[in-house]
Design a protein around this ligand. Structure first.
Ligand code: GLP
Length: 241
């Protein structure tokens, strides 16, 4: 595990964007695993800047997003599809047919989970998986549990997760109760994982995830077993390490 701590969010964004763009420069057919939430916004801004400067093309890249809310219309401003369009896809040349996000509006969600796993198996493995971290240690939407699932599945969101994400919605009760998420097995199959965490409010969970026992009660702790894990932190998030 390689842990890097940055004294500014700008430097963190540049370092992470640089990892993504240099991978795509060396491998134009790279498969990227993408995350949502507040954490990657500045990283995607920097990736867009790199693209606009002509440093990199995403034309041959394939991407897989980690998760999506269940039952939120895909054109809802807080759907992860809208998020990705707003922060990344609308500004780079990634082909829409190659930018995959699980569909939380499919009538048969079990079939959608199987379709998504099959697609990742056919096109993958994921070369670089970007991850944020939930306050309870969740990755994607894999919430703490006695057991975790390997593949894509439907989850009931933890109260803590719904509270944390309420800031994006007009009213807390509008946060969906379920989501579709890539499983930890698929996440761990990525060739390289980049976990990004910012903020003092996550310092404790960062410490538990990286130094605590490996347990499904803290899904991010499973990342300790990955042979190529890079952790990018701002100083506040890394203050308890
Ligand atoms: C969200 C997402 C995760 C994200 C995490 C942290 O709910 N499903 O993929 O990494 O929670 O979010 P944030 O970056 O907004 O703190």
């Amino acid at each position: 595990m390689n842990v890097l701590t940055f004294d500014s969010d700008e430097k963190l964004n540049e370092a992470c964007a640089n990892m993504i763009t240099s991978l795509v420069q060396t491998n134009p057919h790279a498969v990227l695993g993408l995350a949502t939430g507040g954490t990657p916004v500045g990283i995607y801004e920097q990736v867009v800047r790199d693209y606009q400067r002509g440093f990199v093309s995403f034309h041959e890249v394939t991407s897989f997003n980690l998760d999506e809310y269940v039952g939120l219309p895909s054109d809802h401003p807080e759907s992860y599809r809208s998020y990705m369009r707003k922060h990344l896809f609308a500004h780079i040349d990634l082909q829409p047919a190659q930018a995959h996000i699980p569909d939380g509006n499919e009538a048969d969600l079990e079939a959608e989970c199987r379709r998504y796993d099959q697609l990742i198996e056919d096109v993958g493995p994921i070369d670089l998986q970007l991850l944020g971290l939930g306050h309870n240690g969740h990755i994607g939407f894999n919430e703490p549990a006695h057991a975790l699932l390997r593949g894509t599945h439907i989850v009931e969101l933890a109260d803590k997760t719904r509270q944390a994400n309420a800031r994006f919605f007009d009213r807390p009760e509008l946060v969906p109760r379920h989501a579709i998420t890539m499983g930890v097995g698929t996440i761990l199959q990525a060739k390289m994982i980049v976990l990004v965490v910012r903020g003092a409010d996550k310092a404790e969970i960062v410490n538990r995830a990286l130094n605590g026992p490996i347990t499904t009660e803290c899904p991010a702790s499973l990342l300790q077993t990955h042979p190529h894990l890079v952790v990018l932190l701002n100083e506040q998030a890394g203050k308890l390490l």
